[in-house]
Design a protein around this ligand. Structure first.
Ligand SMILES: [Ca+2]
Ligand SMILES: [Ca+2]
Length: 168
């Protein structure tokens, strides 16, 4: 369970295994991703089962800090003008036998979907691939989840009560 506010403050609640939680305010992350247009999303980008914090903004800039459990690695910048005007999401979409759980950087832009695969070490591939040949779904209705249970996420579309899926 995580909480992020517009001032760039971040909290997490750790389940202690006895139905109680340990709440931690991350002072080290204060003002990280608190700038205008910035939004935080949590994803395991290096595939070590610890959710990492990412920052994405409306200028298409992206940063991340790897979780070491209760502390954070240095801020890593992943470049600008990527997914500007679209919606950046993180998904374990790319099959990578060496880092089977590392989440990739996805961009849903109108009906088009793009991926920068995770390199499994907190960095992303410099190249961007288009996921499908043509337009499919829209950015707001696009979701990623592993529906068929094969270890990589499938592409899901929910629009106005209709539901579609591209399984892989
Ligand atoms: Ca991680
Ligand atoms: Ca799947």
């Amino acid at each position: 369970m995580t909480c992020d506010d517009t001032f760039g403050r971040h909290w997490t609640a750790y389940h202690k295994g006895d139905a109680t939680f340990y709440y931690k305010y991350h002072a080290a992350l204060y003002r990280w991703c608190g700038h205008a247009g910035g939004f935080t999303s949590w994803a395991d980008i290096n595939g070590d089962n610890k959710a990492d914090i990412t920052c994405n903004d409306t200028a298409g800039r992206h940063w991340s800090r790897l979780s070491t459990g209760y502390a954070w690695g240095p801020s890593v910048y992943h470049g600008a003008n990527w997914c500007k005007g679209g919606i950046t999401r993180y998904s374990n979409f790319w099959y990578d036998a060496y880092h089977p759980k590392a989440q990739d950087m996805m961009c849903d832009f109108g009906g088009y979907h793009f991926i920068r695969p995770s390199l499994g070490n907190g960095h992303f591939h410099s190249h961007t691939w288009k996921v499908l040949g043509g337009a499919w779904c829209n950015a707001a209705g696009t979701k990623y989840a592993d529906v068929n249970g094969n270890g990589v996420d499938d592409l899901i579309c929910d629009i106005s009560g209709g539901h579609w899926m591209f399984a892989h």
